[in-house]
Design a protein around this ligand. Structure first.
Ligand SMILES: N[C@@H](CCC(=O)N[C@@H](CS)C(=O)NCC(=O)O)C(=O)O
Length: 233
């Protein structure tokens, strides 16, 4: 493990704190949000994916898959340093470290895993592809098929969330948890960044709208939006 490459490229001012390597995308925001909600001391480092910094050899030491976010906790299990990739794995790690925002009973833990996998396997990839074809690659693909496919899939997933949230205050029931932290930056991104309110008819998902408003009004969410912020060029 060539961790010295990471530390030389992104020097730490507070090496005893958790080191976050990220950018203010939905997957990046969710980890900043968890760190803020859990009041964990951390030091953020911007990895500008618009400039290709995720492909640098130094970054691949902590995420061989070249995606943000990644994290080093110098005070990990058994007081050893640990580095982690995959935002939902990081959310689980942080919630297990602190005991915060995660169910403590077995059934609750399984429900938590179920929705985290749902986020990582469906919401992230599908909303992300929708954003790619609607916002980033708008001028590079004039075939209607990909945008329509991901628009439909995004709406289908919003309907899954809407049905669930029409019966529950938050994703895991009565309490705000790491599952809400994992999902809300993606839902918020649809309007705040992709500006796709009309195309997706977001106003129709009333339970999602209610839950989203609750989640994004939290002070930690407002702070997380500014962590590792890069303005799109
Ligand atoms: N499943 C991963 C997805 C990470 C991911 O796709 N990150 C995006 C930003 S939201 C990224 O780094 N993109 C840069 C690239 O694809 O080159 C996670 O949840 O951490």
């Amino acid at each position: 493990m060539q961790l010295h490459l990471v530390k030389e490229r992104w020097p730490a001012q507070f090496p005893e704190r958790i080191q976050l390597y990220s950018m203010n995308t939905p997957n990046g925001i969710k980890v900043a949000l968890a760190l803020e909600e859990m009041h964990l001391p951390y030091e953020p480092h911007v990895i500008n994916i618009l400039e290709g910094e995720q492909h640098e050899e130094a970054f691949k030491v902590i995420n061989p898959n070249s995606k943000i976010p990644a994290l080093i906790d110098p005070n990990g299990p058994d007081h050893h340093s640990i580095n982690l990739m995959e935002s939902c794995a990081i959310l689980k790690y942080l919630s297990e470290k602190t005991g915060d925002y995660t169910p403590l009973d077995k059934a609750g833990k399984s429900a938590c895993d179920q929705w985290l996998f749902f986020q990582a396997g469906h919401i992230g990839p599908m909303f992300g592809q929708f954003g790619h074809f609607y916002k980033y690659a708008k001028d590079q693909c004039d075939h209607p098929y990909p945008l329509e496919r991901y628009r439909q899939e995004t709406r289908r997933l919003l309907a899954v969330l809407d049905k669930h949230l029409s019966r529950h205050d938050y994703m895991l029931g009565e309490s705000y948890s790491i599952v809400d932290m994992a999902i809300v930056p993606w839902v918020d991104c649809l309007s705040r960044f992709y500006e796709a309110d009309d195309l997706l008819e977001l106003h129709l998902f009333t339970a999602v709208n209610r839950w989203q408003a609750l989640c994004i009004q939290r002070p930690a969410y407002r702070r997380a939006l500014e962590v590792c912020a890069v303005q799109p060029g």
